[in-house]
Design a binder for this molecule. Structure first.
Ligand code: S3P
Length: 430
């Protein structure tokens, strides 16, 4: 797909529902009693993989686009699937489902696409095995395909070496089937959607700083869920609005959960003209409209506790830093290497191809802003966030930018290019 530099972006956009919250709605609804109604569900390929997996385990799920109805069968009501469960490209599906499958009374196998087959699953195999679960990497490489044999689980206190909501959530979900109190501590707080939503479903779960604690459950109960707009999708319009001169974009109804909103803090520190309007709250998930206006940005250091709160936004933050004055240092972000692609390597390669001054480091990158970017032919590596990042960078790059494999945005934001184009056109007609 080809992209060209553009004038100011203007207008309003409503980004699709949050991916993390949509996944969890289907998963928790499936193991709850009664019907769970999910509104503003993200119809991206990742969340559809979660629906397909639970349907295969006998859960009736009605997908009416905006609204999804999950007719749960209770905590012990899943059925042994006929074939292999396929997580597609979705790490959240793969890791969280293992927590649930560990506590069932059947065995099954789990696989995914080429990218998922390379992503580390040992990080959940280790704690789940400590709980007594039986998970076997069939190629003995710590990745899917995995064979999971459900069994009786023991509760543990697990100190996770990584700040990962997927690891934390897998252990907490297994903890629902445990024989006592299960605890997970992580180096920094990761996104807390599991804790917030499980509480609504009736689980006894609480958090103390970086520790999450859960008790075994008798039953969970179906809920009504209103999914906020995904801040990880909004991030592309935040960045575009800030860097393209003369832009003004209002992004409606975005989830601004403090464990996810690091991008807002970073943009503010870089000098962004960004305001929150119509702040609201539903089931513990805060939302707001975000108004961004093009701004003169300056480089900053990004590292430590803020990293898990903006981990998926780092590619577009790196692109934004190319248009900021001075140096931006991203550190403590080695997790980027094990996402849908090695996002440090891919970002550095693609930004360099566009003429940016960027250096790869062990756990991040250093970007010296101010060098003009030019178009190039770029590999998305089938990574949705990389494709969207470079569609944004192309707005300010001289000449033609071609993104290979651009259709991978279907994973989290099927209508992304249309929305971006509309904001470009709206500016033209204003
Ligand atoms: C997610 C957690 C994060 C994030 C991913 C979604 C989740 O992964 O990058 O896109 O829904 O729990 P990690 O837990 O590996 O950090």
């Amino acid at each position: 797909m080809k992209f060209y530099s553009c004038g100011p972006l203007k207008g309003e956009v409503t980004v699709p529902g949050d991916k993390s919250v949509s996944h969890r709605g289907v998963m928790f609804g499936s193991i709850a009693k009664g019907t769970t109604e999910i509104h503003n569900f993200l119809q991206g390929a990742d969340c559809l993989s979660t629906i397909a997996c639970f349907r295969q385990m006998g859960i009736e799920i009605e997908n009416h686009n905006d609204t999804v109805l999950v007719h749960g069968n209770g905590l012990r009501g899943l059925k042994k699937p006929d074939g292999t469960l396929d997580c597609g490209n979705s790490g959240t599906t793969a890791r969280l489902i293992c927590g649930i499958l560990s506590g069932q009374d059947f065995s099954c196998t789990l696989t995914g696409d080429a990218s998922i087959q390379k992503r580390p699953m040992k990080r959940i195999i280790t704690p789940l095995s400590q709980m007594g679960a039986k998970l076997r990497s069939l190629r003995d490489n710590g990745c899917v395909p995995l064979e999971i044999t459900g069994t009786k689980l023991h509760s543990v206190s697990y100190a996770s070496p990584v700040a990962s909501a997927q690891v934390k959530s897998a252990v907490l979900l297994a903890g629902l089937y445990g024989d006592g109190i299960t605890q997970v501590t992580e180096p920094y707080v990761s996104r807390n959607h599991t804790e917030l939503m499980l509480r609504c479903f009736g689980a006894d779960v609480r958090t103390e700083g970086t520790k999450a604690v859960i008790h075994p459950a008798e039953e969970l109960y179906g809920q009504n869920i209103l999914v906020p707009g995904d801040i990880s999708s909004a991030a592309f319009f935040i960045a575009a609005g800030l860097i393209v001169p003369g832009s003004e974009i209002l992004i409606r109804n975005v989830g601004i959960n403090p464990t996810r909103n690091g991008i807002l803090k970073v943009c503010k520190s870089m000098g962004a003209d960004l305001v929150l309007l119509n702040e609201n709250q539903d089931a513990g998930e805060p939302t707001a409209d975000i108004l961004v206006k093009s701004s003169s940005l300056h480089g900053i250091e990004i590292g430590g506790a803020v990293i898990p709160t903006l981990i998926d936004e780092l590619p577009v933050i790196a692109a934004m830093a190319c248009f900021a004055e001075g140096e931006t240092v991203i550190r403590d972000a080695a997790e980027l290497k094990v996402k849908e692609s090695n996002r440090i390597e891919v970002m550095v390669r693609n930004l360099s191809a566009m003429g940016a001054d960027v250096t790869e480091t062990e756990d991040g990158m250093i970007i010296r802003g101010g060098k003009p970017l030019h178009g190039a032919v770029l590999e998305s590596k089938s990574d949705h966030r990389i494709a969207m990042t470079f569609a944004v960078a192309a707005c300010l790059a001289d000449g033609e930018t071609e993104i290979l494999g651009a259709e991978c945005v279907n994973i989290s934001y099927p209508g992304f290019y249309k929305d971006l184009e509309r904001l470009k056109k709206q500016a033209f007609t204003n």
